[in-house]
Structures are given as structure tokens and as C-alpha cells.
Design a protein around this ligand. Structure first.
Ligand SMILES: C[S@@+](CC[C@H](N)C(=O)[O-])C[C@H]1O[C@@H](n2cnc3c(N)ncnc32)[C@H](O)[C@@H]1O
Ligand SMILES: [Zn+2]
Length: 278
């Protein structure tokens, strides 16, 4: 896979970062230094920009997500993402892609594995949780992972051909700044019936998820896909899935036990994939 050099900006003074002679760190003209960690990632989240000691998902949440995703339950989603990316790949060019709020990197690994062998992808992943970036970088040496916030993404203007976000926090201004002219934004949001049977345990009345995907101003939708199917996770996988949801925190211990104890629970998954252009 051919790679272009990463186009990082210094998170302290916003000038360009270049790799130093020993290939072990990046530095800007003002001599702010950022070491490449042994796992291969770069931490570009200065301590003074952190709102808590360990921002983002905890290690427990990250491992639950990894276990569930690696079991293949969302593989059809990864396949759909990869197919869409392939369809928009322009022959003989390198396509630079950012996985925003990438977590432990499942979708980037899948995209690298599933995309056409001829596609030259320059894959980048960003997450505010250091534990997730360590896990992602360990598994995918050829991708470029950084610890940073989606509100302040330290890449130079118009670096990316495509940004994707799967259940990830977002920032319209930063997406607009980072995408090339006519660049693509691929968003995955929960479809109306996503995890319906899980939500039935938690809410008296289950409602359709809202279908608002929150596009930055001036972006036009060029394609929308609905992907729905049923999964049948075992008890442990079900609990991991619950941990991955935003409603986990409002699920009491009693309800969690009910979900765990249920026999053979079939759960609908429903994703909306929206491809928009700048
Ligand atoms: C629901 S998870 C989705 C992870 C991944 N996209 C996936 O689907 O496997 C949301 C991710 O956003 C990260 N996150 C939360 N706030 C963030 C921020 N301000 N900037 C970047 N990432 C953030 C969390 O650490 C977590 O990994
Ligand atoms: Zn600097």
C-alpha cells in the first residue's frame, strides 16, 4: 500500500509538523516535539487540552466493543462502508481517509482488508481515548493513528478525500476544513429500528430513532443506504452490545440481569449510511 506522508499540524502552535531525522518523533518549526509511541501512534492531545485524565471511552468499554465487533456482528456494515469507498475511489490516485472517533479501529481494519487490492488507501484514525488508539495502532501498523479531539483535529487543511464517522462525535467546522473540495463525508447513524428488542427491555414505549444525521452546512447528500438485519448474540456479547450503547448508563442492574438472562434474544440492527459531498 502506497502512503503519502501524514500532514499533521502542531497542536500547540498549529504550524506543520515534520518527522525528525531519527524517524522517532515529529516536530514543528518552533521545536514542539511529539514522540511516536512504540505502538506507532502519535499523541497530539496536549495535557492542557484534556478536560479529564482519561477522556473518551474507558478501556473496559473499548474491550467490550472490540469483542463484539470482532465476533462479526457488524461485518455487513463494514462491508457496506468498504463498497461505498471503493465505488468512489479514483483509479491511480491515493485516497486519504479519516476514521473520526475510530475507537479501537475495527472499521479501518475491515476497510483495509475488504477494499479492492488495487485501491491505494492512506488510512488515518483519530480518537480522544488513548487506550483505544493504542489498541488500534497495535493491530494496524500501516494506518496512521493519533490521539486528538474531533473538535480540534491536527491535520492540515483539505488533507482528506473522505472522512467517515461511525457513531462518533463530530465537528462540522473541522470536517469542512479537512475535506478537499468535493470531498466526501460518510456517516453511519442508527436507523429507526436499531436495537429495538434491546430497547424494549429499557423503555416503556420504544420509539423510532431520529433520522437526523447532522450535516455540515453546504454539504449535499449524494447517496443514502439503509442496512437492516437480525443478530443473535450470546449472553456475554449481549452485555457488551449494551455497553456500546448510549442508553447503557440508564439501564438498572435489574434490567441488565433480565437482558442477560433472556433465552435466545434476536435483535434487529438498523443502520443508516449517508454519503454527502462538500
Ligand atoms: C460510540 S464509540 C464509536 C467508536 C468507533 N467509531 C466504532 O464504531 O467502533 C465513540 C468513540 O468516540 C470517542 N470520542 C468521544 N469524544 C471524542 C472527541 N471529543 N474526539 C474524538 N473522539 C471522541 C470515544 O473515545 C469512542 O471511542
Ligand atoms: Zn508547534
Amino acid at each position: 500500500m502506497t502512503q503519502t506522508p501524514p500532514a499533521y499540524l502542531c497542536p500547540i502552535c498549529q504550524s506543520a509538523l515534520s518527522i525528525t531525522e531519527n524517524n522517532k518523533s515529529y516536530a514543528c518549526a518552533q521545536n514542539h516535539h511529539f514522540d511516536i509511541a512504540k505502538e506507532g501512534y502519535l499523541n497530539l492531545l496536549p495535557a492542557q487540552h484534556k478536560k479529564s485524565k482519561e477522556p473518551g471511552d474507558s478501556k473496559t468499554m473499548m474491550l467490550a466493543r472490540r469483542g463484539f465487533l470482532e465476533a462479526g456482528f457488524y461485518q455487513p456494515l463494514a462491508q457496506a462502508l468498504s463498497t461505498l469507498i471503493d465505488q468512489h475511489y479514483t483509479t491511480n490516485s491515493i485516497m486519504s481517509i479519516l476514521d473520526m472517533g475510530c475507537g479501537e479501529g475495527y472499521y479501518s481494519r475491515q476497510i483495509a482488508a475488504l477494499s479492492k487490492p488495487s485501491s491505494q488507501l492512506d488510512l488515518h484514525g483519530l480518537d480522544i481515548a488513548k487506550n483505544a488508539i493504542i489498541a488500534a495502532a497495535k493491530k494496524q501498523k500501516e494506518a496512521h493513528y493519533i490521539v486528538a479531539s474531533s473538535n480540534d483535529m491536527p491535520y492540515s487543511n483539505a488533507y482528506f478525500d473522505l472522512i467517515f464517522r461511525v457513531y462518533a462525535p463530530s465537528n462540522d467546522q473541522e470536517i469542512t476544513r479537512l475535506l478537499k473540495e468535493h470531498g466526501l463525508l460518510l456517516t453511519v447513524t442508527p436507523g429507526p429500528r436499531h436495537l429495538w428488542q434491546l430497547r424494549e427491555f429499557i423503555y416503556d414505549t420504544v420509539r423510532d430513532h431520529s433520522t437526523d444525521i447532522g450535516l455540515p452546512e453546504g454539504f449535499k447528500i449524494i447517496e443514502t443506504q439503509q442496512l437492516s438485519y437480525k443478530i443473535c448474540p450470546d449472553q456475554e456479547q449481549r452485555m457488551a452490545l449494551l455497553q456500546m450503547t448510549p442508553f447503557a448508563w440508564k439501564t438498572s442492574i435489574e434490567i441488565q440481569s433480565k437482558i442477560e438472562a433472556a433465552e435466545q434474544l434476536e435483535i434487529e440492527v438498523d443502520f443508516t449510511l449517508s454519503l454527502a459531498q462538500k
